[in-house]
Design a protein around this ligand. Structure first.
Ligand code: FAD
Ligand code: NAI
Length: 330
């Protein structure tokens, strides 16, 4: 049975798009909303003079059978490719090669390629921040930050990070209070681009005991053809929390310093540098909810915070929200 009115989905990250695809494939019409100018959320990439840079999710693993299968389909369509970085580990300032057998995937030619492809031609309103989700006599309506109202909708799926979902779920107090209980930690990300390649074989590095917790040579990922040697540095949650309001120039200076100290080769001044603060980067605690639902009302929530705080968890959570909605329609 198809719904008379479309289903509204707030958030075009991987969770929202996973739900959108499942509902669209089941014959329902969906309408998506995102406050950003494009899709992807924490899987988006930033265009720069040094090519596109993956500032959020760096790569993803697939462990659940359903996700493994879908990633294989994405690979066949050319949306993702395997990334086989030369991996290192840094602990107490000691750098060591740390190869492993884990399969790691990236969007090709940039991380945002996946959500762009999933969005396809589905109807979407970008630069549209939803501030209120309310139910009229029979249907749902949304209000955006500019005072425009959208609707009617048969159901609403909120697919934003938990702190942004809380207010949008106020019609279902149980869902709102579950979301309110999920704290999310920030991550400062810095990208550096060098005219001359750094003299290191390193392409990725897990870091402990430093302001940093991860480094990636962006250029080593498949399809990132750029003349410059591009790197993405992520600060640890602790450092990011302690330096939440530091200005971007100071963040770049400090993380560039930590990078130069640990990488074991000369690091010149970068030709390009930028910083991005992810306020809600990862859930502070893990949950195994799948998705949240008030099926009688027709209000659902999904996102990485409902499962593992990873790309795979976000995709599975979107599938779960769609599944529960479809089950209730039968
Ligand atoms: P999001 O991607 O956050 O999507 C939510 C969307 O909702 C956004 O587009 C946002 O603009 C929109 N939105 C929010 N509020 C509103 C509103 N009021 N109205 C309209 N739109 C709204 N995962 C991995 O598996 N591997 C990694 O290596 C990895 N590294 C990471 C590194 C960083 C720095 C960060 C930040 C995340 C990383 N992750 C990684 C986690 C991964 O990116 C997330 O788990 C996943 O992308 C979350 O998807 P989502 O759809 O749940 O949320
Ligand atoms: P994974 O299996 O590659 O990594 C999981 C963890 O195992 C790593 O964090 C690291 O501590 C360790 N590890 C894996 N391979 C290693 C190696 N060769 N040498 C040394 N240590 C190794 O990927 P998975 O499970 O998919 O995790 C995703 C990654 O995304 C994690 O690293 C996680 O920290 C990161 N992430 C970062 C966020 C942020 O805000 N910075 C948010 C969400 C995830």
């Amino acid at each position: 049975m198809s719904t008379v009115h479309p289903i509204a989905i707030i958030g075009t990250g991987i969770a929202g798009l996973s739900a959108a695809q499942a509902l669209h494939n089941a014959g329902h019409s969906v309408q998506l909303f995102d406050k950003s100018r494009g899709s992807g959320g924490r899987m988006s990439s930033k265009r720069s003079d040094a090519g596109a840079l993956d500032l959020g999710a760096q790569y993803f693993t697939a462990r659940d059978r359903r996700f493994v299968e879908v990633v294989q389909q994405w690979q066949a369509r050319g949306w993702v490719a395997e990334w086989t970085p030369s991996l290192y580990n840094s602990r107490n300032g000691q750098l060591s090669a740390s190869p492993d057998e884990q399969v790691r995937w990236v969007g090709a030619p940039r991380m945002s390629a996946i959500t762009r492809a999933l969005l396809g031609a589905l109807p979407v309103h970008f630069s549209c921040r939803i501030t209120e989700v309310f139910r009229g006599e029979q249907h749902w309506h949304l209000l955006d930050a500019e005072g425009n109202s959208h609707g009617p909708f048969s159901h609403v799926i909120v697919a934003t990070p938990a702190p942004q979902a809380t207010a949008l779920l106020s019609s279902a107090p149980k869902l709102a209070s579950a979301a309110a209980g999920v704290a999310m930690d920030p991550t400062w990300a810095v990208a550096l681009a060098f005219n001359t390649p750094l003299e290191t074989p390193m392409e990725g590095c897990f870091v402990q005991d430093s302001p940093l917790d991860w480094l990636a040579r962006n250029r080593s990922k498949p399809g990132r053809d750029t003349a410059m040697d591009t790197w993405v540095l992520h600060a640890s949650s602790n450092w990011s929390k302690q330096h939440l309001d530091l200005d971007k120039e100071a963040v770049i200076e400090q993380l560039h310093g930590a990078f130069a100290e640990m990488i074991g080769c000369a690091v010149p001044a970068p030709a390009l540098s930028l910083a991005h603060r992810w306020l809600y980067a990862r859930p502070a605690t893990a949950h195994q909810w799948g998705a949240l639902a008030d099926a009688d009302l027709g209000l659902y929530a999904c996102g990485d915070w409902c499962l593992s705080g990873r790309v795979e968890g976000a995709w599975l959570s979107g599938q779960e929200a769609a599944k529960r909605l479809l089950e209730h329609l039968q």
